[in-house]
Design a protein around this ligand. Structure first.
Ligand SMILES: [Zn+2]
Length: 155
């Protein structure tokens, strides 16, 4: 396959083993600041995917709660294929810390009693949410916590 501009387009999605946390890349600014982008893969590509309401609520919950565990979260964004999220942080090169932040954030999801900003003022599709669905995803991820560092099936 030809080399593509987007890193994940060069990733063989048939070889990965979800769930996992993978460093996608590092972008350095002129002053030396660095953005670390991670691929948090939740569902096995082309086998499973997250339902939109569950994915959407998990996005709200992770975007809001992750910032209680890390003060330089740039973004938590869902993948269009509905199999995972991209999480970007500024000036933190610790993969282990990223795992901890995700772990703590998912425990927040389990303990949540409502989805933050789930209304028409603060969200663009406020009807499409499922706290239960998000909590099921968080539980599945935490149940496989020891697999997060293994990205490829044959490792
Ligand atoms: Zn929303």
């Amino acid at each position: 396959m030809p080399q593509m501009n987007v890193e994940s387009f060069n990733l063989d999605h048939t070889k990965v083993a979800a769930p996992y946390v993978r460093l996608v890349g590092v972008i350095e600014g002129q002053l030396g600041d660095k953005i670390y982008k991670y691929d948090l893969r939740i569902k096995q590509p082309n086998i499973e995917h997250m339902d939109m309401p569950a994915l959407h609520s998990l996005e709200h919950l992770m975007a809001e709660n992750s910032r209680n565990h890390h003060d330089r979260v740039v973004d938590v964004g869902p993948m269009g294929c509905q199999t995972g999220f991209y999480i970007s942080v500024l000036n933190d090169d610790s993969y282990e810390n990223m795992l901890e932040v995700i772990d703590k954030t998912l425990h927040d999801v389990l303990n949540a009693t409502e989805v933050p900003a789930c209304n028409e003022v603060q969200c663009g599709y406020a009807r499409s949410h499922s706290l239960e669905g998000a909590q099921q995803l968080a539980k599945e991820l935490l149940d496989k916590r020891d697999e997060w560092t293994v990205v490829f099936g044959d490792e």
